[in-house]
Design a protein around this ligand. Structure first.
Ligand SMILES: [Zn+2]
Length: 381
């Protein structure tokens, strides 16, 4: 038993009913000393014009357009030295996406400036593409699958077995085209036969040593999966992909506030800035929003007919399962499009594996309620 586990048990004995952080073993995660190292890239920021409503509810006047980063993660399995990616961001020639996605860009619905794609960012950073053994796609959307034609054939693609691997134009509704798969071995993960469950999510221990789990996390697109990276024997990063698109879909939540109180300066800013015409909690008064007495997230998952969640109810349940991990000190939740943390997240070549000792979680989880933060969407403009 690690020191932190012993400390927790002692605190539980001493403090009785006082809220206590559960610890990873309470989520069904076996103990292990095997770890991976995680480094993040933000491939590009893209702006979705008049599309905030496909992600979250409510959308306040003047907040109809949203800008999002596109995170991609370089992961190294320490004992085997295998190196792989979890998501890639998008290719930098959007005109060559499948027609349905290319149309988003040609019509101006989505805009993105010029940028270096992940293959350039990796090589600029001294990482040879030959060294990337595999790429996990959280799901098959264009902003996660990159341009696989730039990777050597030796790079394998790993997806959930529920992912639609049909190809446009053979299948007119497909998100993928031949160049996304050509030459690469594709292996699929069968969550229906997973023998592990982590926080209610069917889980696959990819290396069989407890260092990197894939979690079945449905709701956004069929086959959507997240990853749980063990970066020290007792601390983890949840790579949440598109299980959610805004920190306000995750927080506040249950006892999160008890374990990770909102810093006083942000609390004051939120009190004045979050509109009480649109958001409420028991201790709020008109014009003064009280964050600590709010137990459910500020945003609901979009359920409009054009929602980017294929199943908003399922997505909400998935977010609940992630929120249980989020409320625990052993887990740091990142997701692909979290704009709230881009100013403070240490990007490649920095490693995220020391997030816990570096205090990254308490300093980042409430940034989105600050009206000065680019992810703040809680007042009309
Ligand atoms: Zn996405």
């Amino acid at each position: 038993m690690s020191f932190s586990c012993i400390l927790r048990r002692l605190l539980t004995l001493t403090l009785g009913a006082v809220p206590i952080l559960a610890g990873f073993q309470d989520f069904g995660i076996p103990a292990s000393d095997s770890t991976v190292d995680v480094k993040a890239f933000n491939v590009a920021n893209f702006t979705l014009n008049n599309l905030t409503h496909v992600f979250v509810h409510p959308v306040l006047p003047g907040r109809e357009t949203i800008t999002l980063p596109m995170h991609a993660f370089l992961v190294e399995h320490q004992s085997s030295q295998k190196t792989f990616m979890f998501d890639l961001g998008m290719r930098n020639d959007p005109q060559n996406l499948t027609p349905a996605f290319a149309e988003f860009f040609s019509s101006g619905a989505i805009t993105v400036g010029n940028f270096k794609d992940i293959t350039e960012l990796l090589q600029d950073g001294g990482i040879s593409l030959d060294s990337i053994d595999m790429v996990f796609w959280s799901h098959g959307h264009f902003d996660h699958i990159g341009d696989m034609s730039k990777f050597p054939n030796s790079t394998q693609i790993v997806v959930s077995s529920k992912t639609n691997l049909t190809i446009f134009p053979v299948s007119s509704a497909s998100d993928l085209q031949a160049s996304d798969l050509d030459g690469h071995e594709v292996s699929t993960l069968d969550f229906d036969n997973a023998n592990l469950t982590i926080s209610g999510m069917p889980a696959i221990d990819y290396f069989g040593d407890g260092s990197f789990y894939l979690l079945d996390t449905p709701g956004h697109l069929t086959g959507h999966m997240t990853a749980l990276a063990r970066v020290t024997p007792t601390s983890f990063i949840l790579l949440g992909a598109d299980a959610l698109h805004h920190a306000g879909e995750l927080r506040p939540h249950g006892n999160f506030e008890t374990n990770f109180p909102c810093p006083g300066d942000l609390l004051d800013a939120a009190r004045d800035a979050i509109s009480t015409d649109f958001f409420w909690s028991s201790n709020s008064t008109p014009g003064a929003f009280d964050l600590p007495s709010r137990a459910q997230p500020l945003f609901a998952v979009s359920d409009t007919t054009d929602s980017f969640y294929v199943d908003p109810v399922e997505a909400t349940v998935s977010i609940d399962k992630i929120a249980a991990l989020d409320a625990d000190a052993d887990f740091f939740v990142l997701f692909s499009h979290d704009l709230s943390i881009t100013a403070i997240l240490p990007y490649f070549p920095a490693s995220l594996s020391g997030w816990q000792v570096e205090g990254l979680k308490p300093s980042s989880v409430w940034l989105f309620v600050d009206p000065a933060n680019p992810a703040f969407l809680f007042s009309p403009v």
